[in-house]
Design a protein around this ligand. Structure first.
Ligand code: OGA
Ligand code: NI
Length: 239
């Protein structure tokens, strides 16, 4: 689909730097839009990163995520621990995305989706201005990276638990014709065996229950079994 990939060692050093600065920890997923043999090389480099003990067992991003979850609770008028309790346990994962340049960028894209989890803390690559896009008022809008800032994307479980008060954000990532782009997505959500049921405090005559109960692991399985398709997944648990 596209020709020459840019340098993978370059991507490695960018990841190294980002991860080192933030001392992320958790399960790591690797995602790359590389062609053919390049993806094997990318995986090799990312595994080297993991075994380099750069990904240290600290809980920095975990603590930050809990703090953000508390703020989401409070903004819904709930006790700060309400959403954490509703999660009934936690699942934390990290995905490193590597997007090599493509001479025909319109052919290569991380398809539109909403993250299935609670929310995602995304670190963008400040060297590349166009990458993440979200749907806002029916149109794709670029989210330009700001140095030193994370993007927090609301995922499906926050939409479910909040009874539609929060909407998970539909997003996609486009590649650049000249530059490699990397991103690190830190996913925070309920444990896989958690039973997700919207919060009774948020159901009222004027706000009837919108979503059926589900086990989060089952939701995740069906999300990964189907292709990325905008916000289709959450509609499967809507009444
Ligand atoms: C993801 C994602 C966006 C990006 O990993 O789920 O949406 O900018 N990534 O890489
Ligand atoms: Ni995403």
């Amino acid at each position: 689909m596209y020709g020459k990939c840019s340098s993978l060692p370059d991507a490695w050093s960018v990841f190294h730097d980002l991860v080192h600065k933030n001392a992320f920890s958790c399960n790591i997923m690797i995602s790359t839009l590389c062609a053919n043999g390049q993806s094997a090389q990318a995986i090799h480099l990312f595994l080297a990163l993991a075994s380099d003990s750069v990904v240290r067992p600290t809980h920095v991003s975990f603590v930050a995520a809990k703090r953000v979850l508390g703020l989401f609770s409070e903004s819904l008028g709930l006790e700060s621990g309400a959403l954490e309790e509703a999660f009934g346990g936690e699942r934390h994962a990290m995905r490193m995305n590597y997007y090599p340049p493509c001479p025909e960028p319109e052919l290569t894209i991380l398809d539109a989706h909403a993250d299935p989890n609670g929310f995602t803390i995304l670190q963008q690559d400040t060297r590349v201005k166009d990458g993440l896009q979200i749907v806002h008022c029916g149109a794709w809008v670029p989210i330009k990276p700001l140095p030193g800032a994370f993007v927090v994307n609301i995922g499906d479980q926050l939409q479910v638990l909040s009874n539609d008060a929060y909407k998970s954000v539909e997003h996609r990532a486009v590649v650049n014709s000249e530059r490699t782009r990397v991103s690190i997505a830190s996913f925070y959500g309920p444990a896989e065996d958690s039973h997700i049921a919207l919060l009774a405090q948020l159901v009222a005559d004027e706000a009837p229950a919108c979503f059926k109960d589900s086990v989060y692991g089952n939701y995740l399985q069906s999300f990964y079994a189907s292709k990325l398709d905008g916000k289709a997944a959450i509609e499967t648990v809507r009444y």
